[in-house]
Design a binder for this molecule. Structure first.
Ligand SMILES: CC(C)(COP(=O)(O)OP(=O)(O)OC[C@H]1O[C@@H](n2cnc3c(N)ncnc32)[C@H](O)[C@@H]1OP(=O)(O)O)[C@@H](O)C(=O)NCCC(=O)NCCS
Length: 153
């Protein structure tokens, strides 16, 4: 498996996965802004020329936000997300960030378990954040210790 930068050419393949995985998938325009916008970025995990996972982030001052992360259902529980997150933590640390935050649906117990395993904590609940279906968001975050940059999560 290879982790590499998410480029505009990847958007059609990522959209196919996004639509299978999420009830409220991002649009092509949202991914385009994510990949090409100032302070924004993304990475993909590739196996045999197929995209099997992706993650996006943006950086504001010393904070980073994990805006999207997903792994093809066929490739789950094989540490693909762990490697994606590891890679993003390195990128945002190099970009001067000390914190990383994300939103997740309270009903998404698998993702919450993953983030807790990666030492994120639930910080607070944001009411009615999601659409299709309407749901609160849990805001999770963690401090990024510089000494941990090269360690496994
Ligand atoms: C959440 C998600 C990205 C995890 O991807 P993954 O590649 O399967 O995760 P990893 O294999 O790296 O998991 C690392 C560890 O996290 C924990 N974990 C991951 N998924 C879990 C689950 N569904 N239930 C419980 N623990 C889980 C486990 O401790 C796992 O280690 P283990 O497999 O040795 O037990 C994936 O399930 C997914 O794409 N979900 C749908 C999209 C989504 O919800 N994205 C997040 C939106 S905020």
């Amino acid at each position: 498996m290879k982790i590499r930068e998410f480029t505009l050419d990847d958007i059609p393949k990522v959209l196919r996965l996004e639509r299978v995985i999420f009830p409220d998938p991002w649009s092509a325009a949202a991914f385009k802004e994510q990949v090409a916008g100032e302070g924004w970025g993304g990475i993909v995990a590739e196996s045999d020329d197929e995209i099997i996972g992706y993650a996006c982030y943006y950086i504001v001052a010393n904070e980073s936000h994990l805006t999207n992360m997903a792994v093809d259902p066929k490739y789950r529980r094989k540490s693909v997300a762990k490697r994606l997150l590891d890679n993003i933590l390195q990128v945002v640390t190099e970009g001067g960030c000390e914190y990383i935050f994300l939103e997740v649906r309270p009903s998404n117990s698998g993702a919450i378990a993953f983030y807790e395993k990666c030492r994120f904590e639930v910080l607070y609940r944001r009411p009615n954040y999601y659409r299709q279906p309407v749901e609160d968001a849990l805001v999770m975050g963690r401090h990024i210790a510089k000494a941990e940059q090269n360690q496994q999560l």
